[in-house]
Design a protein around this ligand. Structure first.
Ligand code: PBG
Length: 330
């Protein structure tokens, strides 16, 4: 409700000085609100550039100590692990997903052994890093089979939990997978492992630098529109979230981020469940290249992240997490 009117009321009065602007600031970003994604590669002593994502690297498992130390130092609560699987370990079924010694499994064990519960680990449940066709599930006549895929995903989730993963994050968009994964984890006594459902994941053009980073870009011949959501839709996102909450999700993700603030706000208002936003690779690279080419100022990073908080996100998965956490601290 607006009370008062000009000239008695002048909203610019509180904007005059920095102290005053801070005093009436409605939202705040802290390093507690961030999740940092880490890309993994095979080998030893490796830190590899990702061309499409300037400033982001892929790490071999033995190099994770340095980066995770930094993440803890800057008080970021959780990392998200993504493997860049070598082509010779991919097949059309994504079998490598169920290998207890795959990159993600080794990385979970490495981090948990050194850092115990001083950092949370979240891992993706989906088959795309492991399939030769680059899709998140089993492919038949160019269609990703739902129930057959879910039967593999529950096993992938269990293995990750057994390795010590704290938060299982299915990003595959198969119907019914949250309930099936919850049931399977519980049956095997992992009832304390959390599920962060990528409940609302759009078939987006903003994922391309990520697909380049994990090596699925070239193999992916078609789009993911028969399982990821149509970006024209809004109500459908609420149905997705409602189902996943019933099936046992502890938190839900909206992805991509900035173009979907309306969805974050709606989900937050309707369901009162923690909503995470994923500021995806394409968003990162556009902003980063804009800054590198002096088209926009660096403060655009803070602005973009604050917007998620304003929309109602509990936390943000962002490739800027470490940069911004350093900034917040200083
Ligand atoms: C795949 C997955 C994707 C991302 C995270 N998990 C890409 C896709 O669905 O093709 C994208 C993340 C990003 O772009 O930063 N399960």
């Amino acid at each position: 409700m607006i009370t008062g009117k000009y000239p008695n009321l002048r909203l610019r009065r509180s904007r005059k000085y920095n102290w005053s602007r801070k005093l009436v600031e409605e939202n705040n970003l802290s390093s507690n609100d961030l999740v940092y994604p880490i890309f993994l590669i095979e080998g030893k002593n490796k830190k590899q550039v990702i061309k499409s994502m300037p400033g982001i690297y892929k790490y071999s498992v033995d190099q994770l100590g340095v980066i995770v130390n930094k993440i803890i130092k800057y008080k970021i609560p959780m990392v998200a692990l993504f493997p860049s699987t070598p082509n010779n370990k991919k097949d059309k079924f994504g079998k490598e997903a169920l290998n207890e010694n795959n990159l993600v499994c080794r990385a979970i064990r490495f981090i948990k052994k050194r850092f115990r519960n001083n950092i949370g680990i979240m891992t993706d449940v989906a088959l795309d890093p492991y399939t030769t066709h680059g899709h998140d599930g089993l492919l038949k006549n160019n269609y990703v089979k739902n129930d057959e895929t879910v039967n593999i995903l529950i096993k992938q989730a269990l293995i990750q939990a057994q390795m010590g993963c704290d938060v299982i994050a299915p990003s595959d968009m198969m119907d019914g997978r949250i309930g099936k994964i919850r049931k399977y984890l519980d049956k095997n006594k992992y009832q304390d492992v959390q599920i962060l459902s990528y409940a609302v994941k759009y078939a987006s053009n903003f994922y391309e630098p990520f697909r380049d980073a994990v090596g699925s870009k070239k193999s992916l011949k078609s789009d993911k529109k028969n399982y990821q959501m149509n970006y024209a839709n809004s109500n459908e996102s609420l149905r997705e979230v409602a189902l996943d909450i019933k099936e046992g999700a502890d938190m839900v993700m909206v992805k991509p981020g900035l173009p979907y603030l309306d969805i974050i706000q709606k989900v937050n208002e309707k369901f009162k469940i923690p909503v995470l936003a994923y500021q995806v690779s394409g968003e990162y690279s556009l902003i980063k290249n804009g800054i590198n080419n002096r088209l926009i100022d660096e403060e655009a990073i803070l602005e973009s992240l604050m917007c998620f908080k304003r929309a109602g996100a509990s936390a943000i998965v962002s490739y800027f997490a470490l940069d911004i956490a350093k900034k917040i601290k200083s």
